[in-house]
Design a protein around this ligand. Structure first.
Ligand code: R5P
Length: 295
């Protein structure tokens, strides 16, 4: 098995190779003056022929470019004789466009996944995909790993006082449950409630009393920070003592960090599936452990 670091591996490939004690190579890459992407395997260093080649390439912004580089890397590994190509994509971009919200829209996640398979991937691995059901479009073996155990370990070391875990909506409840089970705390999700008299919409924990608690809000993605900021504000309005924001993929678009801080969040913790100032937890061990189990 050889681990290959793509241009958007965020060094996760290096860590996986170190943990597993197996060879690693880094793809050469550049952008031509007209904007086209180029990748090259340093074949003078290692032969791919008859090897299982594990390509690590996350799809953080610029996601279209990183996606194309991934397809080039997969297809070229096959051309160079790899026996099996495993695509490790810690953050799968486009996963939120998983249905036609409006007639005529592209179901982008299907196109992305099918293209990865068409390029020659024999196996697909990702982490905390927006919806696991999206992977069913693949006909190759796939695995959606979760970073919740690693994030929970990090949170446990912080020794927060009276922690409870909240999902900002029902869709993220399984993430909240995973962390709560490890930390042995209660969990809940936030619902939007409309005041019958004023018509005003507010958000609150569905059943849990969060007064004087450290509320740890968990989501798969923080993009603009809007969802998390709303959840933080409503937690504080419901009496939470402190709010900590946790996610797997911290895209942090534009002024998301300021937005979160202004909403009262005191700490933000994410994984390195996307590089960011709050990417404090590595997903490498989760991937390495899984690769070890399929060797
Ligand atoms: C939505 O269903 C996702 O799980 C996230 O809650 C959402 O994508 C976060 O986006 P933003 O940070 O822009 O609110």
């Amino acid at each position: 098995m050889i681990i290959v670091g793509g241009p958007a591996s965020n060094n996760i490939d290096l860590e996986i190779a170190r943990i597993m004690n197996i060879p690693q190579i880094t793809l050469e890459y550049k952008t031509f003056p007209d904007g086209e992407s180029y990748i090259r395997y340093p074949v003078e260093k290692v032969k791919l022929s008859k090897e299982t080649v594990v390509i690590v390439q996350s799809l953080y912004p610029p996601q279209d470019k990183h996606f194309l580089e991934l397809l080039l890397a997969i297809s070229t590994a096959k051309d160079l004789g790899a026996e099996e190509v495993v695509a490790v994509v810690p953050y799968l971009a486009y996963a939120r466009q998983d249905k036609r919200f409006r007639a005529g829209e592209a179901i982008s996640v299907n196109v992305i996944l099918k293209s990865i398979e068409f390029a020659g991937a024999d196996r697909f691995i990702t982490i905390d995909i927006h919806k696991e059901e999206s992977l069913k479009v693949l006909s190759i073996p796939y695995k959606n790993l979760t970073a919740m155990k690693e994030l929970a370990k990090y949170l446990a070391e912080r020794n927060y006082e009276n922690p409870v875990i909240l999902a900002p909506d029902r869709g993220a409840i399984s993430l909240a449950k995973d962390i709560a089970n490890i930390l042995n705390t209660e969990y809940d999700y936030i619902i939007k409630v409309r005041d019958k008299i004023t018509g005003e919409v507010r958000a609150e924990a569905k059943t849990l009393d969060i007064k004087d608690k450290t509320v740890i809000i968990v989501d798969d993605i923080i993009s603009t920070g809007g969802t998390m900021a709303l959840a933080a504000r409503c937690s504080l309005a419901s009496g939470a003592k402190t709010v900590v924001a946790v996610c797997t993929h911290a895209l942090l678009v534009g002024n998301a960090l300021d937005r979160l801080r202004e909403s009262g969040v005191s700490d933000i913790i994410a994984t390195n599936s996307v590089p960011s100032p709050v990417s404090k937890v590595s997903v490498a061990s989760v991937v390495a452990e899984y690769l070890q189990s399929i060797i």
